[in-house]
Write a protein that binds this ligand. Sequence first.
Ligand code: SAH
Length: 282
Amino acid sequence: MGGFWQRLGARWRAPRPPGAGFVTLVGAGPGSADLLTLGGLKALEAADYVLHDRLVGAEILALIPAHAVREDVGKLVGQDHQCTQRRIAERLIELAQAGFRVARLKGGDAFIFGRGGEELAVLRAHGVPYAVVPGVTAALGCAAYAGIPLTHRDLAQQVSLVTAHCQGSCDRIDWAALGRARHTVVFYMGVAQLPLIQQRLLAAGRAGDTPVALIERGCTTDQRVILTQLRGLAHAGRTQAVVAPALLVVGEVAALGESLAWLRPPVVLAAASDYRPTRAAA
Ligand code: SAH
């Protein structure tokens, strides 16, 4: 079934009264369809249009009913984000004002590095009603599928979710806080920034033997987990040719990915076997 039939099907739908248009912001989770919520599935089933990002996996897209028109509004590499965001917002408003029910499907959770807030602000400004269905964010999904508990009674009492997509704004990150032991730090969008992350965390006082996990294409059949230590992070990223989307988990808990992995064994460069928690960290 190609896009043509989908479009035709949507055009044949009974027209809705003006003002019936509605947008549901749906978090798709990080990959596996198992991680879409029941609320997310219901929103897809009720939708006339589904506008989705590039990061949304094929398994999830396959759940979009045939009657709904599917539009890929994912950002192209190098394309101006502001411009793309504006076009997406305009499309959402146009469809909702025409009376359609729209599901805006985004990878992970829309409110975690997903620009969900910006999209809702535009809808609110145009009087378009909306609802939000949370999604499993990459940190939670990838940690679970890698066997890495983000908190642990003995090893971590805090978790931070940090974007490494920070050219020019890296100084806004509180590196001193992230440099403390027993603090799990999950970096999103960090593949290109591994040398910088390594250098900043070491400079902030994080121990060189702090375990780290790189989780590539987490929660998918291609998932790969690489365990090493902070001092070897940039080297691991280079020699293992880690590609996006990948998530970086820094902290004592990452070592547990060696013993608690369940999906498939991780690539262990240096981790639990080499890591000896000090009294303070244990
Ligand atoms: N809103 C999303 C995050 C968008 S930012 C969420 O809540 O998960 C995109 C970044 O998320 C990627 O660069 C990567 O760091 C991370 N990510 C998303 N899906 C991933 C996956 N399946 N495996 C590993 N990292 C993922």
